[in-house]
Design a protein around this ligand. Sequence first.
Ligand code: SF4
Length: 224
Amino acid sequence: MSNDDAPERVRRIATLLEDMYGAPPVRREDPLDALVATVLSQNTSDVNSGRAFRSLKERFASWDDVRTADVREVADAIRSGGLADIKAARIQRILDRLHRERGYVSLDFLAHLNVRTARDYLMSLDGVGPKTCACTLLFGCGMPVFPVDTHVLRVARRLGLISSRCGAEGAHEVMGSLVPSDLVYSLHVNMIAHGRRRCRPQKPRCDGCLLARECTLGKENLPE
Ligand code: SF4
């Protein structure tokens, strides 16, 4: 894909995905909820991390209660999300830092920063990488920062938006520069929907996929 074609192609792909899955309603979360939920989603399925997040919110009345609890109690609450001991300690370190620096436990101040400053701050937190950072900014702050999860990475590679050798970190950079701000939310949500429902890791359902003509694998799988 030449750089000249890229914006037009990304827009075409976003439109075709909306034809398949609709324009997703914009969902906003508390930024700290979004951050913790994404930390919990590391190395596990959405079902397991969702269960762990709900359990954490039910067990503790506030994020400050999570911060001051015994780390074993936090780990118990998120056991269903896997790597519970590591994630519990990571979450407490983040909450501790917020409390130490600001005197309260919240990420609401991010909304008053520009995207670059907000990103730099989140990336400086222990255990926060590009995906967690981007999810927090997109879902928690409404900033147009494109997160790349495992579904987005696979679909983007198959569509040739990124190279097949590009890893998750590089993919954040490439997609961040490719996707116009007004398409970030829809394209991210619909690429995940596409990766779950049709463009699955094994045996993608290329027959009937509206993206087939945009896709290397799809063209191979299409009848002549
Ligand atoms: S044509 Fe197949 S591989 Fe390409 S995006 Fe569609 S489902 Fe995925």
